[in-house]
Design a binder for this molecule. Structure first.
Ligand code: PHE
Length: 438
């Protein structure tokens, strides 16, 4: 079978940025920055994203284009038989992440529907909190929205790399950007917004600790979609001529930029209305609706906000499914579309316990964690860093000459620095996170 390819380099960059920009940037980043003391966390995140993150991003794209296969096949081709196991690990990570990611994607979809229907806003965060809690505990509704979100994802992935993923990203990424700018313009013109801006950009180093460093590193992996083969799989659809190093730089730049925009969209409004920036995961679903309820034309801005969240989540979930589907298609020798539907069905099923983790299955725990928290913890604390370590060793040591040839076909002055990051700094820092996480 002829291997799929991106239609253009821009399509590849937007699809990769679409994978990176997701719930991480808009849902997680504002509350993490809020909880970790604002600017200090952000500066650390920026520094790690443009060193470790950029190095691994380039390494993944290069491995993908050199291997030209699904993640398991690519690892086997470039590293030898035993490396196929590493690829398998990445597939499992993608599977687990999408199982709970799709549940949160379903929440955003449900809030979008409720906002359009005009039923999501009231001024009182207490009742909004109660409403959020009763919604996430309502098994039938959350499973239905989880199914709807998975269905959207598989429709895009099933349509193929160029007609599905690339086309979606080319429409949705610019749309997302415009939506966010509108919301930021609104947020920044609220009286009292400047306290939020200050919080984002004036570092308070007294709140800095090793945990800031670890949290920021873990978030670099999650927010740049590193360590589970997303960029390897996307890179495998790239033709031989497109320059890689600059593409990787663009994707990191867009992803980090969007996270900052996510912060600018949420935190100034939170400060302007005197809410708590450290409210945690409820910030998007409880605090923001309270903020919108107090704004003129709040319904409109709330709709735009939940639309942005859904759009961002969808361009990421398609990359998660694509990694699994491409590997399954190759392993079973079946077509891409069939593999996408099979994988999606299995992921939907695995997501059901995650969807029920806040209601019916709240008390079914392993190590004290519900299915939702367990899947999140295993993938973000264990599998992504482990995957990042394998990518770094494969790219930096085992297959360096092929990676270097992909990154700079006629050599470049920065290659030794890139190798230092990929081969030495990345494995060492990941080791520290892994040990700490355990
Ligand atoms: N980067 C995505 C986000 O920030 C999540 C993701 C992680 C997607 C790993 C693919 C792979 O929402």
């Amino acid at each position: 079978m002829k291997r799929s390819q991106w239609g253009s380099r821009l399509g590849f960059i937007l699809a990769s940025a679409g994978s990176a920009v997701g719930l991480g940037a808009i849902w997680k980043f504002p509350y993490m920055a809020g909880a970790q003391g604002g600017a200090a966390f952000i500066l650390v995140y920026l520094a790690i994203a443009f060193t470790l993150g950029l190095g691994l991003m380039a390494a993944e794209m290069a491995l993908g284009r050199a291997g030209r296969g699904g993640i398991v096949e690519t690892f086997r081709r470039l590293g030898g038989r035993a490396w196929a196991l590493g690829g398998l690990l990445a597939v499992i990570a993608g599977f687990l992440i999408l199982s709970f990611y799709s549940v949160v994607g379903g929440w955003t979809l449900a809030y979008l529907v409720a906002t359009v229907a005009g039923t999501s806003l009231t001024q009182d965060p207490g009742s909004l909190g109660a409403r959020f809690e009763s919604f996430v505990a309502d098994g039938a509704r959350v499973v239905t929205y989880h199914a709807a979100f998975m269905a959207l994802t598989v429709l895009v992935v099933g349509a193929g790399v160029q007609k599905g993923i690339e086309r979606l990203s080319k429409w949705l990424m610019p749309t997302l950007f415009v939506l966010m700018l509108v919301l930021i313009a609104r947020a920044l013109t609220l009286p009292g917004a400047s306290a939020g801006v200050e919080y984002l950009f004036r570092p308070d180093w007294s709140s800095f600790s090793t945990s800031t460093l670890l949290e920021a590193t873990g978030f670099v992996f999650f927010s740049l979609s590193l360590g589970m083969g997303a960029m390897i799989t996307y890179g495998s659809y790239l033709d031989g001529r497109a320059p890689l190093a600059s593409s990787a730089t663009w994707v990191v730049f867009l992803a980090v930029g969007t996270a900052l925009l996510g912060g600018l969209m949420v935190l100034p409004a939170v400060f302007a209305f005197g809410m708590d920036p450290a409210a945690g995961p409820g910030l998007s679903f409880i605090t923001m609706p309270a903020v919108f309820a107090q704004m003129p034309a709040g319904e409109l801005f709330a709709t735009l906000f939940f639309l942005s969240l859904t759009v961002a989540a969808l361009t990421s979930s398609v990359s998660l499914l694509e990694v699994v589907a491409a590997a399954v298609a190759e392993a079973l020798g079946i077509g891409h579309r069939a593999a996408a539907w099979m994988s999606a069905a299995a992921i939907f099923a695995a997501g059901i316990p995650c969807a029920l983790s806040f209601g019916a299955m709240r008390s079914y725990t392993v190590f004290g964690l519900t299915a939702f928290d367990l899947f999140d913890a295993i993938s973000s604390k264990l599998l992504l860093p482990l995957g990042g370590m394998l990518v770094a060793v494969l790219a930096g040591w085992v297959a360096w000459s092929r990676v270097a040839a992909q990154l700079a076909p006629s050599g470049a002055a920065w290659l030794p620095a890139a190798r230092l990051v990929i081969a030495v700094i990345a494995p060492l820092s990941v080791l520290v996170i892994l040990l700490h996480g355990l």
